[in-house]
Design a protein around this ligand. Structure first.
Ligand SMILES: C[S@@+](CC[C@H](N)C(=O)[O-])C[C@H]1O[C@@H](n2cnc3c(N)ncnc32)[C@H](O)[C@@H]1O
Length: 383
């Protein structure tokens, strides 16, 4: 092998080790393929958890005797409108409570956290209009609000000790810090699948256990005693890690890659060495890790489903199923999330073709069966 070929295989493909913290980011900006434009699914998830979030923020704020300063963080905020929806919901809950009780509003600090390669600029550009909207809508009922970015991995310390009252995260903590080790034998799969060898399931679970414990441990240092955290993640309702609810979507994506390999567009060996840094835990696995780590006590654990097509929700009364449109919506949503990881491994050139195939396959699938993601929202208090 000459050195050019060798280097390009290392740059992409089977010799390459994915560095999640450096590479992973949602598609930036506000263009057609951006996360900003393709995050309806995640928006639906946030709206489902809104009642829990409001209840907790109100209870916490009044329990803490209406403090003058209230400090919150959103972990894995990404870029685009969803980021500020969560911030708005928290402010709305606090303002509502202050109005009800006659207390003056607190000074709020909101930290938007994500990996350093996140498009924070898109978020920051939304801030002037957001502040203006708050002032217009809430007038003097909203106190000073300071929104800042905090780049870094949530699998480690991000904030000063005992500085946060409340931490929120939606659709982020199912992303692992790295691809589990020792799963080179996961051939033909890009995640846990029906044909994965047993060690693959063990390696994924171990990586999740270690990452999730580290997240809890890091936040335990940063959240004040009695402070709260809500995490919403994709998971599974049954123990079997090959259950369709968590594996099917990845099996369809793997099929598109395998079809491309059969046509000589990519190397099959590259598929064999690509595995997602992602885990969909069983509810009991989440509970056990929280209990074992020991810094938090679980207050509520709710589960709910959302349709693969994020536009297919209760609020969208005019929704009509269309194979082509739905396939495109789901595919674009996945592209906005995965493009950076896939391009890093297979190269940029395959992305359009891959997601066109994926859109077609998803459309076909959804025309036969409405399919949903299973989600877990867990709220906990710092002991
Ligand atoms: C699907 S997006 C969800 C974004 C937003 N919360 C929403 O609901 O629309 C997942 C986000 O988690 C971020 N993320 C993944 N791993 C992370 C880590 N270790 N530390 C910080 N952010 C991380 C990703 O960069 C991405 O922006």
């Amino acid at each position: 092998m000459d050195s050019y070929t060798h280097n390009s295989i290392l740059e992409h493909g089977h010799g390459h080790v994915l560095q999640v913290e450096k590479v992973f980011h949602m598609t930036p900006g506000v263009g057609e393929n951006s996360y900003s434009h393709n995050s309806a699914l995640q928006k639906t998830v946030i709206s489902k958890v809104r009642p829990v979030l409001e209840g907790i923020v109100k209870a916490l704020y009044s329990k803490e005797n209406f403090p003058r300063y209230f400090s919150v963080a959103d972990l894995g905020c990404s870029s685009g409108p969803n980021t500020l929806i969560v911030t708005y919901e928290m402010i709305d809950a606090i303002v509502g409570l202050c109005r009800e009780t006659g207390h003056s509003p607190p000074e709020l600090t909101v930290f938007l956290n994500d990996l350093p390669s996140n498009d924070f600029n898109t978020d920051f550009k939304l801030l002037p209009d957001f502040y203006a909207m708050l002032k217009k809508e809430k007038g003097n009922d909203v106190g000073p609000c300071f929104i800042a970015g905090m780049p870094g991995s949530f699998y480690g310390r991000l904030f000063p000790s005992k500085s946060l009252d409340f931490v929120h995260s939606s659709y982020s903590v199912h992303w692992l810090s790295k691809v589990p080790q020792g799963i080179k034998n996961n051939k033909g799969n890009i995640y846990m699948g029906k044909t994965s060898p047993h060690n693959v399931f063990e390696a994924y679970l171990e990586q999740f256990q270690s990452d999730f414990s580290l997240l809890l441990h890091s936040r335990a240092d940063e959240i004040k005693l009695g402070g709260q955290m809500i995490l919403t993640i994709i998971g599974r309702s049954i123990k079997d890690p090959t259950s369709r609810e968590c594996c099917l979507i990845w099996e369809l994506l793997a099929k598109c890659l395998l079809d491309m390999a059969a046509e000589g567009l990519i190397e099959e060996a590259d598929i064999d060495t690509f595995n997602l840094p992602h885990y969909t835990p069983f509810i009991e696995e989440v509970k056990t890790i929280v209990e074992k780590e020991g810094s938090f006590v679980i207050d509520q654990l709710e589960t709910f489903e959302v349709n693969w097509d994020g536009n297919d929700n209760e609020e969208n009364k005019n929704y009509v199923f269309n194979k082509f449109t739905c396939g495109q919506t789901v595919s674009r949503c996945f592209r906005a999330v995965l493009e950076s990881l896939l391009a890093d491994h297979f190269g940029e050139a395959i992305i359009n073709d891959l997601f066109e195939r994926f859109a077609e396959l998803i459309g076909e699938h959804l025309s036969m069966e409405k399919t949903k993601f299973f989600n877990i929202a867990i709220s906990m208090e710092r002991k």
